[in-house]
Write a protein that binds this ligand. Sequence first.
Ligand code: 5GP
Length: 192
Amino acid sequence: MKALEDKILKEGSVLPGQVLKVGSFLNHQMDVPFIMEMGREIAARFRGEEIDKILTVEASGIALAFAAAYQMGVPLVFAKKNKTSNVSAGVYTTAVHSYTHGREFQIVVSREVLHPGERILLIDDFLANGCALRGLMDIAGQAGAAVAGCATAIEKGFQGGGDALRSEGIRVESLAILDGMEDGKIIFRHNA
Ligand code: 5GP
């Protein structure tokens, strides 16, 4: 999505540890019309697919997932993050390693909001190593739901998480894919 690439170049900055900061429009301050546009693009890419529900993880996935859910006319569920691993009978839960925080946390979804046979689209703001999306896949699997695909705003392609998922036959749509951020210079992947 050219508009997203332009925005990353204009407003993004590269932090130590290969972290891209986009706090001016996605992760802290939110450019709402722009996020709605990204939601429209995700809905267009998945048009024709049978999707019952969107699943994301709090907090930074919610805005994009909300925009896509609005465009697709489906409910949105966000997994909650727990610091403790207390498990209750009424939930699906799994451990996820946080790329940006460098530690593990539990994500939790109530059994009341995910059901067997539902077709789920997984959405997150960033895709790096793929831990967050794999955690959501685990939750969907526990519910007996099927993963229809994954969508992210920004995929750091050089970290390999997206291509690993694709090689397993999972549809992954990212609105911008970065192939490198060497010395602060951002390089995008453009497939022919
Ligand atoms: P993964 O689990 O795929 O390794 O990383 C994705 C998760 O880590 C996303 O939920 C996102 O919040 C966070 N993340 C990973 N890389 C970046 C980054 O470069 N910038 C920001 N802002 N978040 C990131």
